[in-house]
Design a binder for this molecule. Structure first.
Ligand code: 13P
Length: 259
């Protein structure tokens, strides 16, 4: 049975009191669920408060970005050591918003991936094409390049600790989800790239998440696809009810009824 991973990317939303409320509601709504991995990624300012609240719960803590150096004169940046210190088990890297607005390159993302692994933080590495690229029939080529360069120089032991997230840029915050078939097509392509590089056994163990307008009413079909192992949720993760419902609807049907 597939164990799904659902990650909430809160983006630049939530003050500390709001974050505390949200995580408390999420915890209350999912505490009985043991067949799913659940992660909340609040903004940096709320990490400490949320970390205290998720300790001893079935919700893990993640950050939305980090620098690749351990420490130094990098004004405004947060290091992997600091994320570890605050209790992060995961970090989102190479999100399309970071690539687009902060000009992050695959080479930079690769440095961050290696730094996260060094600190035993699971990198959730985002790839995905823009609408223009999809319409130009370049989606697979773009994703392959992002895959090759942002995940460069990782051996099998390292790649097994990485989560890949396919987030087509045209589906983020637009309400325009990729159809489960469109998503599965790219996920199975990413699985093939992993197969070619690391062999079938290793590739089968790596989680590939889908992100882009995931909602309670589309998650079930998405995770029913063989190569979709969970979701990276934006907008619907900052409201407790919709995030809890996404988690519940992602469960295999035989356990849905008990949660
Ligand atoms: P939405 O779920 O709001 O489309 O955002 C997806 C996303 O960017 C998650 O990282």
């Amino acid at each position: 049975m597939k164990r799904v991973l659902i990650v909430g990317n809160w983006k630049m939303f939530k003050t500390i009191p709001e974050a505390v409320n949200l995580v408390n509601s999420i915890k209350a709504g999912v505490h009985k669920i043991s067949n799913c991995d659940i992660v909340a990624c609040p903004p940096f300012t709320a990490l400490t408060a949320v970390s205290e609240l998720v300790r001893d719960s079935n919700v893990d803590l993640g950050a939305q970005d980090m620098h690749f150096e351990t420490e130094g004169a990098f004004t405004g940046e947060i290091s992997p050591m600091m994320l570890k210190d605050v209790g992060c088990r995961y970090v989102i890297l190479g999100h399309s918003e970071r690539r687009a607005y902060f000009k992050e390159t695959d080479e930079l993302i690769n440095k961050k991936v290696k730094a996260a692994l060094k600190y035993n933080i699971v990198p959730i590495v985002c790839v995905g094409e823009t609408l223009e690229e999809r319409e130009a029939h370049k989606a697979f080529e773009v994703v392959k390049k992002q895959f090759d360069y942002s995940l460069a120089d990782l051996d099998a032991a390292a790649i097994e600790r990485v989560v890949v997230a396919y987030e087509p840029v045209w589906a983020i915050g637009t309400g325009r989800t990729a159809t489960p078939e469109q998503a599965e097509q790219m996920h199975s392509y990413i699985r093939r790239l992993l197969n070619e590089k690391y062999g079938r056994e290793v590739a089968a163990r790596i989680k590939i998440l889908y992100g882009g307008s995931v909602k309670p009413d589309n998650i079930e079909l998405l995770v029913s696809k063989p190569n979709i192992d969970g979701a990276l949720v934006g907008g619907a993760s900052i409201k407790a009810e919709s995030f809890i419902q996404i988690v519940k609807n992602s469960l295999p049907s035989e356990i849905k009824s008990n949660s």
